[in-house]
Write a protein that binds this ligand. Structure first.
Ligand SMILES: [Cu+2]
Length: 300
């Protein structure tokens, strides 16, 4: 079986195996005994029913043994729970934002990235935020899964024990593109990590950038309308927007684009719902500029 690669994964795997195997043994044992009784005490094999009165010994055994078994399960599971909820003091901190539909990782030096890069054998504490709906940060290889709740700051931690690339999923259904809310944890050695941390992320451009930032889940580039309006040919156009419930005309210029991206709830394009997660704090200034340039160039 695939074993986990975080420091607490062996304990979790062992608790899981213990519970799984005992459940399997009991299920098979009880079913087999049931089948045996059906045959042994059928009308054919036992034509004259016998009345059985209680047996103190038997009742004691089937009360005490399962109680002990369940208490062992509780003890093992509680041990792993304690490990997972006790963050080491020297943990390095990364801020994780889950939004429709991507993950953003922000490091202590302000660097933002679409993937989580961490040094091997180093405790990492993740501060989990959501600006929109319920998400769940899930890294099966580390055996961690934690809800990312709007309005409540959750956290989780791990220490990766092996270098490699591991999947990040969202484990809470959060809308249309929930299943595409993927990312990677890259566990590298500490030298590679500090080089990476101190190198500016490369800024993509054009449609690739819009794809990497998840905009195209809701905005088409070809004129069709999705959850949000298309980006094609909007630059320079007059548009009807709803501000505080009042309709008004607005020219789509750079300032308006910037505001629509950072504070999408303020001016709603007429005919669309307030569905866009604010990108404030989630894009670097370079990325924001590059997105605005890209939208300007999407002519009809
Ligand atoms: Cu999600």
């Amino acid at each position: 079986m695939f074993s986990g690669v975080s420091t607490f994964a062996p304990e979790i795997d062992s608790a899981m195996a213990f519970i799984l195997w005992w459940s399997a043994i009991l299920m098979i044992g009880i079913t087999a005994f049931m089948v045996y009784c059906m045959v042994r005490y059928s009308r054919k094999n036992n034509p004259k029913p016998t009345h059985i009165h209680g047996s103190v010994a038997l009742e004691t055994i089937w009360t005490v043994l399962p109680t002990i078994l369940v208490l062992i399960m509780f003890y093992k599971a509680f041990g792993t729970f304690e490990l997972m909820t006790t963050r080491p003091d020297d943990a390095m901190k990364v801020k994780v934002t889950g939004l429709k539909w991507r993950w953003v990782f922000e490091y202590e030096n302000g660097k933002k990235a679409d993937e989580l890069v961490v040094p091997v054998n180093q405790a990492v504490e993740l501060e989990l935020h959501s600006p929109d709906v319920l998400h769940s940060f899930y890294v099966p290889a580390f055996r961690i899964k934690k809800d990312v709740v709007p309005g409540k700051d959750n956290w989780t931690w791990f220490e990766a024990s092996e270098k490699g690339n591991y999947n990040v999923f969202c484990a809470e259904y959060c809308g249309n593109d929930h299943s595409y809310m993927l990312s990677t944890v890259r566990v590298v050695d500490s030298g590679e990590y500090s080089t990476w941390l101190n190198t500016k992320s490369e800024v993509l451009s054009g449609p690739d950038l819009l794809a990497a930032k998840g905009c195209i889940a809701c905005h088409s580039l070809d004129g069709s309308s999705l959850v949000g309006p298309t980006f094609q040919g909007i630059f320079g156009k007059m548009e009807t927007v709803v501000t505080d419930g009042e309709e008004r005309q607005q020219r789509v210029d750079e300032d308006y684009l910037r505001k629509s991206i950072l504070e999408p709830a303020v001016d709603l394009v007429k005919g669309y719902a307030n569905q866009m997660p604010s990108q404030a704090g989630l894009l670097t200034d370079e990325e924001l500029d590059a997105i605005i340039e890209t939208i300007k160039e999407l002519k009809e």
